[in-house]
Design a binder for this molecule. Structure first.
Ligand SMILES: Nc1ncnc2c1ncn2[C@@H]1O[C@H](COP(=O)(O)OP(=O)(O)OP(=O)(O)O)[C@@H](O)[C@H]1O
Length: 267
């Protein structure tokens, strides 16, 4: 009998009840070009899961599928299931704006809006609910505290967001996302444009946030995946090659392909 696919280990290792996302047979193509092939995996709740793999292996495509960012691209063909807390995210009753509130996304380059620090964080709140100013002030402070930025900006809340450093801007974007109380934070190489000190702050923040939400991180930086994630999925050519607890994947990978990648023998 052929050996069971290694990636399927992740399905048994992470029980369904502890999963936030469950992906089953997910394939995705841009027109005729396949980008993800038949992925089945569970993403555990209130943990950090990293997607690693060489350039073009499908990490960002997978991350974007989790909050339906591909909806905007008419060329994208998708098959299979993505369930969030048991509900298919493509079901007709799912409101995409609400899905994206629940599943927030932070990109590689910080993208604060051209407005004040305060207004950046209040932006999503204003779209969602009518709130008294005092209540909004409280949420803005809470979100900035949660993003470990409050102490640095509390005396300049009405300055332009663009007056902040790149690392501060990225934490502001995280605060803006946290303000609407997401369950999941998707992070697409959130520190790759930042200096080492700002990178460490983002990594500390990621670790601190998992007590209250699920984080999914795409990174090229293997040390970063090892430092911050609980589980790591290695992708190659759009396939899920190996998925395991991060310590296991980095110290005792089951497949030579994984070992070659994490030791730098495959780029
Ligand atoms: N909008 C798009 N249209 C067509 N093809 C795309 C598009 N986005 C990505 N691709 C292709 O899909 C494949 C997977 O790309 P993806 O960006 O998901 O990889 P990645 O692992 O995140 O790469 P990187 O580490 O370089 O960011 C690649 O072959 C890429 O060229």
């Amino acid at each position: 009998m052929p050996p069971a696919p290694v990636a399927a280990g992740a399905v048994t290792e992470i029980p369904s009840a502890a999963s936030c996302f469950e992906l089953e047979g997910l394939s995705l193509a841009y027109g005729d070009t396949p980008a993800l092939s038949n992925l089945t995996l569970r993403i555990p709740r209130q943990r950090v899961t990293a997607f690693i793999g060489p350039s073009g292996c499908g990490k960002s495509t997978l991350l974007r599928a989790l909050n339906r960012l591909h909806d905007l691209n008419e060329d994208v063909q998708r098959q299979g299931h993505i369930r969030l807390e048991g509900q298919e995210i493509h079901a007709p009753e799912v409101v995409v704006a609400e899905l994206r509130r629940r599943v927030g996304m932070v990109f590689q380059t910080p993208n604060p809006f051209p407005m004040s620090i305060y207004e950046n964080v209040a932006f999503g709140l204003r779209l969602q609910v009518a709130m008294k100013k005092r209540q909004r002030d409280e949420v803005v402070e809470w979100a900035l505290q949660s993003a470990a930025l409050w102490d640095e900006v509390k005396d300049r809340l009405y300055d332009s967001a663009w007056s902040l450093s790149g690392g501060q801007q990225q934490r502001l974007v995280i605060a803006r996302t946290l303000a609407v109380q997401p369950e999941v934070l998707l992070l697409d190489e959130p520190a790759s444009a930042l200096d080492p000190i700002s990178t460490l702050k983002i990594e500390e923040l990621i670790r601190s946030l998992k007590s209250r939400l699920t984080l999914v991180l795409v990174t090229h930086n293997m040390q970063q995946a090892a430092r911050v994630s609980d589980y790591t999925a290695f992708l190659h050519g759009g396939e899920l090659i190996e998925y395991a607890a991060t310590d296991t994947l980095f110290t005792n990978p089951r497949l030579a392909r994984t070992e070659n990648y994490i030791t730098g023998r495959m780029g």
